[in-house]
Write a protein that binds this ligand. Structure first.
Ligand code: SF4
Length: 77
């Protein structure tokens, strides 16, 4: 089942856990905030969204649980 990975980028403090766990789609950028590769910004919610498949889902649950400010979440899509 596909899920949507959500990033509230303005709340990111650049701690880097996401990139350490899953560097294939997470990277802390020069502005000190994480980028979720391939994600699109939802102008209604202000969140970046990326649909992830089952292969990525398990790791992204760990990523979401590791973010110290809780700015990463998962939602059924
Ligand atoms: S783990 Fe959270 S706070 Fe840390 S860089 Fe990633 S999104 Fe930002």
């Amino acid at each position: 089942m596909a899920c949507k990975l959500l990033l509230k980028r303005k709340e990111c403090i650049g701690a880097g856990q996401c990139e350490a766990i899953s560097p294939q789609i997470w990277k802390v950028m020069g502005d000190g905030k994480a980028e979720l590769r391939g994600a699109t910004l939802n102008p209604k919610t202000g969140m970046y969204e990326l649909v992830v498949d089952d292969a990525l889902l398990k790791t992204q649950k760990i990523v979401a649980g590791s973010c110290p400010v809780g700015c990463i979440s998962l939602e059924k899509s």
